[in-house]
Design a protein around this ligand. Structure first.
Ligand code: HEC
Ligand code: HEC
Length: 462
């Protein structure tokens, strides 16, 4: 976005018209710069209307909803900005601010504001600059982005070598799954625990996931977070290979509202690498950590999504699950996962796992696997605790799991109509079954991550 700030844009209009006439031989629509003259009152009004509920009336990041979010809405009075195209420590450009407002910050609760008219967004930019003294004390110093090859010429092998040489893996992990040896223990400039990004989750890159945006983050650093600027350390000829390599780590998500198990005849898959998994539809589901009873976040979420596939035959259902967890924890508390179903005979809609369990909450059917025993079982319970503690009647399930470089993969098998435990979900072929997931990271205790419900559509015919 580049919009002239000159108030005298109209003087250039006749020239622009003449040029357009010469090139196209027809009148062209010449867009005037839409950036209005600064009007702080208008900026403040828009801020109070749209931003204050999160960022607080005075911009200190203490709005009504603030504590329920991770990351927290920014304290805008400190003048520390993450997503800039400028040298570390210098303010963002007006265009950077405009872009953040227009596009929002994907993977966080900062919404996009493209629906506000452009003039209002520019007034917000002006207002933000009044909230922190940094904008008076320093001027934005744009980073220098070397000219680069197109996507076709990206040298990923070289990019990988640069990724290793510069030590990105120490934080982001060898495969980019946020599991580097120094990934834990960071505290950001706003006093909150913070973790490196999972680079395989392109949808969660806040400043944009294309190579250009990634290179901007690498060169500018992400101020306030411990992610340094590599403007000095990165030779220009290595810049684009690195950016393309990072972008290549992203795994496109499959967000499905309805998931279709692969229908098979004969036995269900008994291994994680059964070739039939390659034919089974994959569904990714975002997870959200439950908040503490005080309505706050205890810890940064470490598990943000789970992906699942299902294979069904006439008798049963096999699930293959995969989720990224930065640490393998087999002790107490252990890593664990649950496939959650609606118990047989339960009426009404499903409850949201964000608030379950609550007083008099209906029980749920929980197919639970944990890393301490490496075994799975099914229980019908009114809360997770007795299940995690194995103090409730349970029926063992066939399961296996493996952990490799920051990623768990697990297989769980269950019959469509189990005789036990009492009240176990009955799954009807050719019907819809609601399924949800909960994940525990033993290394991040108290941070239970839960999903919304997805419909599983069982079909008999393939
Ligand atoms: C629903 C809550 C919410 C609302 C409403 C909201 N924000 Fe945010 N905003 C956030 C969160 C959360 C972050 C922190 C993201 C992060 O740290 O990665 C953020 C960060 C920002 C940043 C920092 C960007 C950077 O480079 O560091 C700016 C600027 C910003 N918001 C502006 C606004 C403006 C302007 C509005 C109103 C038009 C607004 N926000 C409304 C939640 C919100
Ligand atoms: C000292 C730890 C550390 C190192 C080393 C590090 N990063 Fe990061 N990186 C972080 C943290 C922390 C975040 C998350 C920032 C946040 O939550 O806002 C991050 C975020 C990112 C993001 C996501 C940007 C976005 O838009 O959300 C990318 C891409 C990235 N880093 C690439 C790299 C690359 C490439 C390297 C090596 C050249 C690297 N990082 C080195 C800590 C690090």
């Amino acid at each position: 976005m580049s919009v002239s700030q000159s108030p005298r844009w109209y003087l250039r209009l006749p020239v622009a018209f003449a040029a357009a006439w010469l090139v196209w031989g027809a009148p062209a629509v010449c867009e005037p710069a839409e950036r209005p003259a600064p009007d702080l009152e208008a900026g403040q009004a828009a801020y109070l209307q749209h931003c204050a509920r999160c960022h607080g009336a005075s911009g200190k990041g203490d709005g009504l909803d603030a504590k329920r979010f991770y990351p927290r809405p920014r304290d805008l009075t400190m003048g520390v900005y993450k997503f800039r195209s400028t040298v570390s420590g210098t303010p963002p450009t007006d265009d950077d601010l405009f872009r953040t407002i227009t596009q929002g910050l994907p993977g966080t609760n900062m919404p996009d504001w493209a629906h506000l008219d452009e003039a209002a967004r520019w007034q917000l930019v002006e207002y933000l600059k009044r909230l922190a003294p940094l904008f008076d004390e320093a001027t934005p110093q744009p980073i220098t982005v070397p000219p680069g090859p197109g996507r076709g010429q990206a040298d990923l092998k070289r990019g990988r070598a640069v990724y290793e040489r510069l030590g990105c893996a120490a934080c982001h992990g060898g495969a980019g799954r946020a599991n580097g040896t120094s990934a834990g223990g960071f505290v950001d400039d706003w006093g909150m625990p913070i973790r490196p990004a999972n680079l395989t989750q392109g949808w969660s890159y806040r400043g944009g996931s294309d190579p250009q945006a990634v290179l901007t983050r690498i060169l500018s650093g992400i101020d306030g977070t411990g992610m340094p600027s590599y403007a000095e350390a990165l030779p220009p000829e290595d810049a684009w290979p690195l950016a393309h390599y990072v972008a290549s780590l992203q795994e496109p998500p499959h967000w499905n509202m309805i998931a279709h198990p692969l229908a098979v005849e004969g036995a269900l898959p008994a291994t994680l690498d059964d070739p039939r998994w390659d034919r089974a539809e994959r569904t990714d589901v975002r997870l959200r950590n439950v908040v503490t009873p005080a309505g706050e976040w205890a810890n940064p979420p470490t598990v943000k999504a789970i992906s699942f596939q299902a294979v069904a035959n006439a008798e049963g259902l096999a699930f293959r699950l995969a989720w990224d967890d930065p640490t393998q924890d087999g002790g107490a508390p252990p890593d664990g996962v649950a496939v959650i179903l609606k118990p047989a005979g339960s009426a009404g809609d499903v409850v949201t796992l964000q608030v379950w369990p609550y007083e008099d909450a209906p029980p749920l059917d929980i197919c639970y696997w944990a890393a301490d025993t490496g075994k799975a079982f099914e229980a019908v319970a009114a809360s997770f605790e007795p299940v995690r503690a194995r103090s409730t009647p349970r029926t063992m399930l066939e399961s296996l799991a493996s952990y490799e470089d920051g990623r768990w993969r697990a297989l769980l098998r269950r019959s469509l109509h189990p005789a036990t435990p009492a009240g176990a979900a009955a799954i009807e072929p050719n019907g819809f079954t609601a399924v949800a997931f909960a994940v525990w990271d033993g290394g991040n205790p108290g941070a239970r991550a839960v999903s919304p419900w997805t419909d599983l559509a069982l079909r008999q015919e393939q």
